[in-house]
Write a protein of this length. Structure first.
Ligand SMILES: *Cc1c(COP(=O)(O)O)cnc(C)c1O
Length: 422
């Protein structure tokens, strides 16, 4: 595998972009390689600047559920471009997308469009605080909710403490209202409510955690979160930036039958363009300006090009009834190949079209068990796959994303390569 040109571009980029990349995980830091610079992508394949072809299981970290450059989405974007790129005024498309979202995810009676998942979560939390008139939130260790200040936290010392910043540049004061609980651990949540119950505005959770690898909620865990937030008049926020339109048309909330108060979306909803959204009950969403007192705005929010890509993508998902089942079947084949190759040497967590292979013999159910993975072995496995034309996330702690564009041939090849890992 020749990667001369990628290396050269990486060196040049490092001179004028921090670390040569515009988002840290792209730098391949945890797999000890230089990143590939990508030239183009089509369907299930991605091509680097040295002309190498890979079957892509990153899919831009989730958005490309239809694969790359789906002609219908590209045509919708081109048509939208012909009418100008942005107006900063309301359009019919925004209405169509919001309506479509509320049809597919009924708990989102009203929706605000923004331009990233980070923005969606940041805004949803502001609304939760405005609505409940409380300051504290609970997040789970290992769940990722974008890079806003109050969410870049880690646990402080001691069992029941407030969090501390997990990034320099975040003032302690910005994180002191973020409490940290353990995913899949009801006790840890109960203790926080016991101590701070009347001050907690909301719990924010990835209903299926997909940013510490993939970790599924234990039976009853999401229902427990629903019940305890009701008991204390707090809100439940599902961060469905990954799971929305990934686990099914109704997201994780449809899949598990749990209704949150607020939901955040991103990734798939933009079909490859920068879009995020947050929404929920009308009564709560009407806290947002100009109706209510919670301020939130965006120059390019509801941008007509991004909105066109989103509408087309969701419409295709809606009109392809067997799509989720097909992707799941392909995922199961990969899971089977991994099990055949590694037997009980690894833990493989998967749901729908999301897969994660943890290099640990223990079951991965939370942050600590995820951290027990052997990241060196992952790095070796990653390098082997790459050398054999398969591109998956350059980090142990990310999901493998299947798309509807993966063909039987792609899956067959992937399985064969996995089985031949020495
Ligand atoms: C990716 C992600 C975000 C952040 O979205 P950006 O568009 O990268 O800002 C938030 N929450 C979850 C669960 C995510 O996976």
């Amino acid at each position: 595998m020749n990667s001369e040109r990628s290396r050269e571009l990486f060196e040049k980029s490092k001179a004028c972009i921090p670390g040569g990349v515009n988002s840290p995980v792209r730098a391949f830091g945890s797999v000890n390689r230089a990143p590939l610079f990508i030239e183009r992508a089509a369907g299930s394949k991605i091509y680097d600047v040295d002309g190498n072809e890979y079957i892509d299981y990153v899919n831009s970290w989730g958005p490309c559920i239809l694969g790359h450059g789906d002609k219908r989405v590209i045509d919708a974007v081109k048509r939208a471009c012909d009418n100008g790129l942005t107006y900063g005024a309301p359009t019919e498309k925004e209405y169509i997308l919001a309506k479509l979202i509320s049809e597919l995810i009924p708990s989102m009676e009203q929706t605000r469009l923004v331009s990233s998942g980070t923005e969606a979560v940041m805004s949803a939390i502001r609304v939760a605080r405005g609505y409940t008139k409380r300051d504290m939130i609970i997040k789970f260790r290992g769940c990722y909710h974008g890079h806003s200040d109050g969410l870049l936290v880690k646990a402080g010392s001691g069992a029941l403490t407030h969090s501390v910043p997990d990034s320099s540049g975040v003032p302690y004061d910005y994180t002191k209202n973020t409490l940290i609980a353990e995913y899949n651990n009801e006790e840890s949540v109960k203790e926080l409510f016991h101590q701070y119950g009347e001050k907690i505005a909301a719990i924010i959770v990835e209903p299926v955690a997909a940013n510490m690898g993939v970790v599924l909620p234990k039976d009853g865990f999401l229902q427990f979160l629903r019940d305890i937030t009701r008991k204390y008049d707090s809100l439940l926020i599902f961060d469905e930036v990954i799971t929305g339109f990934r686990l099914g048309l109704g997201g994780a909330q449809g899949y598990y039958g749990i209704t949150p108060d607020l939901t955040t979306l991103g990734k798939i909803i933009g079909g490859g363009m920068p879009v995020g959204a947050y929404g929920g009950k009308k009564e709560i969403m009407e806290m947002v300006a100009p109706v209510g007192s919670v301020y939130q705005a965006g120059t390019l929010s509801g941008n007509p090009i991004a909105t066109a890509a989103g509408i087309e993508t969701l419409t295709i998902l809606k009109n392809t009834p067997d799509l989720y089942r097909q992707m799941e079947k392909q995922a199961e084949k990969i899971v089977y190949a991994v099990k055949e190759r590694f037997e009980n040497q690894v833990c493989i967590n998967h749901i729908g079209s999301l897969i994660c292979i943890f290099f640990t013999k223990e079951k991965v159910v939370d942050f600590d068990s995820a951290m027990a993975s052997d990241t060196k072995r992952y790095a070796d496995y990653f390098g082997y796959l790459l050398e054999n034309g398969i591109y998956q996330a350059p980090s142990q702690y990310e999901a493998m994303f299947l798309s509807h564009a993966h063909t039987d041939e792609d899956i067959h090849k992937t399985c064969a390569v996995i089985k031949n890992y020495r």
